[in-house]
Structure formats: structure tokens, C-alpha cells
Design a protein around this ligand. Structure first.
Ligand SMILES: [Zn+2]
Length: 111
């Protein structure tokens, strides 16, 4: 039962609750110390995330600071670099080369 409210707290802090849901949550928090403390903990966790992200005055924090956008970005970058290096290697040696991947990468960096 409380778990449901804790989930609602998370959504509330992400600005994803309707006014009705928000009101219901507020009403529950008035009478439930357990959930009220959970909300404080969630808020403090977000403050810590915001600080570690260098934005101590941020209003909201991405729900998964590391797993979300950052990881997607890095995957996109490594995909592009990998493709470019592969393409470069293909152009230079015309086909799968006996050179190890490191050589390909070095020539890519040198360009
Ligand atoms: Zn509760």
C-alpha cells in the first residue's frame, strides 16, 4: 500500500501527477509519517544527484541521471565513431584489413 504512494511521490517530484493525484497524495502524506519521510528522502536524494551533476539549483532531476540520456548519448557517440573508423579502414585497406582495430582507431584520430 505504501509502496504505491512512494511511487506517486516519485511521479510528483517529476512533475507527472495530475492535480487530483497530487491532492490525494498530499492528503495521504498529512496522515502518514512513513510516506512523508519517504518524500523527504526522495527529495534529498535528488538534491544529491543535482549537486553531483553540478546543478545544485536545478528544479528537477532526470529520474535516472546516469542510465538515461547520458548513456544514450555515449552509445550514440561510440556508434558513430565505430562506424566512421570502420568506414575509414574499409577505404584505406579496401576491405577487412589484417591490421588490429587499434591501428584503425589511431589513423582515425590522426585525421
Ligand atoms: Zn503511507
Amino acid at each position: 500500500m505504501h509502496d504505491d504512494w512512494v511511487r506517486q511521490i516519485d511521479l510528483e517530484l517529476d512533475d507527472e501527477l495530475s492535480l487530483t493525484e497530487r491532492a490525494a497524495l498530499a492528503r495521504h502524506l498529512v496522515g502518514c509519517r512513513h510516506c512523508a519521510e519517504a518524500r523527504v528522502n526522495h527529495l534529498e536524494m535528488r538534491v544529491a544527484f543535482a549537486r553531483s551533476a553540478g546543478e545544485p539549483h536545478a528544479r528537477t532531476v532526470p529520474r535516472h541521471p546516469m542510465r538515461g540520456r547520458t548513456l544514450a548519448l555515449w552509445m550514440a557517440i561510440s556508434l558513430v565513431v565505430g562506424t566512421a573508423a570502420g568506414w575509414l579502414g574499409h577505404r584505406r585497406w579496401a576491405g577487412p584489413s589484417p591490421e588490429p582495430l587499434e591501428a584503425t582507431r589511431a589513423s582515425f584520430v590522426a585525421q
